[in-house]
Write a protein that binds this ligand. Structure first.
Ligand code: GTP
Ligand code: MG
Length: 361
């Protein structure tokens, strides 16, 4: 299942520029058959050079990167939760995402109008967070009405959920995100049912002046306070770079003193936020593929990512670290050197593992 990420921010913050940069860079770097599900959804391959190396030593037929879906929405203005500026409808689109990219304007280009007249990243963040909290509050109150009816009949799960919803409502009213309220053991699905936007992990993207490399201090401090991540990029610069050929773009980056692509930092930031690791499957004349899995999950979970049938019939896994496979020059040598291990279903997957699962159909 591909990871979904929603992009939020004030009007003119640079969301669509970032979205376009992600789209173009993905199409370019991975030769991905780009499909637009909807005009505002970009399917972006997660380019991983480790997979390229693996594919080459095992003589894979092709390279298939795992993807992330980015959802671009229109800017949130004050009052968005009340339907102002169609905000509520856009917010509904990102309730189903796994994480939020919060784009905040930090560049000082006077030709770009700021909806509040002046550049102030922290104020903007607080405006957007207030809208998200109010939208969640509305959602929580509606859910409470429904659950409250079931709770009256004494149903224990509904009662636990009702109590939790009341706590969430208190937190949101106090300006705190829903994620600060622990999920009750008796109603483990409560959070999934509510789909609160403020329960999702957040990566702040400070849209900085071209040539600026650092996240503004106020944004960094706010992110740290929220246990969120933060990266600095220039959306405009990245969207321009994404339109160039790869070599040209690299040369341009060097000239500007940028070490890596800002988009790589966005994707890497999102992944570390979601605590995802990458693993690979690859074989001769078969596609080499990358997959993502939550940190700490097992070979059995990895099997489930690949196919439910493979998970159901799981017998054992052959695992080798990607760099050991590459250094060995292929599976045969890796096996000879004892680097290819047999593992059971409870083996905890490592980042960069190459796995072959034996299963009974
Ligand atoms: N100088 C500069 N201008 C930028 C940058 N990012 C975006 N812009 C400009 O700001 C304007 C708005 O950018 P968009 O990416 O469309 O902003 P948005 O957040 O999608 O705005 P809405 O869709 O209206 O909410 C455009 O004219 C961009 O060219 C940047 O990093 N630097
Ligand atoms: Mg836009």
């Amino acid at each position: 299942m591909s990871t979904k990420i929603g992009i939020v921010g004030l009007p003119n913050a640079g969301k669509s520029s970032l979205f376009n940069a992600l789209t173009n860079a993905g199409a370019e770097a991975a030769n991905y058959p780009f499909t637009t599900i909807e005009p505002n959804v970009a399917v972006v391959p997660v380019v991983d050079r480790r997979l390229d190396a693996v594919a080459s030593v095992v003589h894979a037929s092709e390279i298939v990167y795992d993807t992330i879906d980015f959802h671009d929405i229109a800017g949130l203005v004050r009052g968005a939760h009340e339907g102002e500026g169609l905000g509520n409808r856009f917010l509904a689109n990102i309730r189903e995402t796994d994480a939020i990219l919060h784009v905040v304007r930090a560049h000082h280009d006077e030709r770009v109008v700021h909806p509040d007249g002046a550049v102030d990243p922290l104020r903007d963040i607080e405006t957007v967070e207030a809208e998200l909290a109010l939208a969640d509050l509305d959602q929580a109150q509606r859910r409470l009405e429904r659950v409250g009816r079931a709770a009256k009949s004494g149903e224990p799960v509904a009662r636990a959920e009702e109590l939790w919803l009341r706590e969430v409502i208190d937190a949101l009213q106090a300006g705190k995100p829903a994620r600060t309220v622990p999920i009750p053991a008796q109603a483990p699905n409560a959070a999934r049912e509510l789909c609160a936007i403020t329960s999702k992990p957040v990566l702040f993207v400070a849209n900085v002046d071209e040539g600026e490399l650092d996240v503004p201090e106020a944004v960094a401090a706010h992110a740290a306070d929220q246990q969120a991540g933060a990266v600095a990029i220039s959306s405009r610069l990245e969207s321009e770079l994404a339109e160039l050929e790869e070599q040209e773009a690299d040369a341009m980056r060097k000239e500007l003193g940028l070490s890596d692509s800002g988009l790589q930092r966005v994707v890497a930031g999102a992944f570390s936020l979601l605590r995802l690791i990458a693993f690979f499957t690859a074989g001769e004349d078969r596609p080499a593929q990358s997959w993502h899995l939550h940190e700490g999950l097992t070979a059995w979970h990895a099997a489930g990512q690949i196919h439910t049938e493979i998970q159901r019939g799981f017998v054992r896994a052959e695992v080798v670290a990607w760099d050991q496979l590459v250094q060995s020059g292929g599976y045969a040598k890796a096996r000879e050197r004892g680097l290819l291990r047999l593992e059971g279903r409870d083996y905890v997957m490592g980042d960069g593992d190459v796995i072959t699962i034996r299963f009974t159909p």
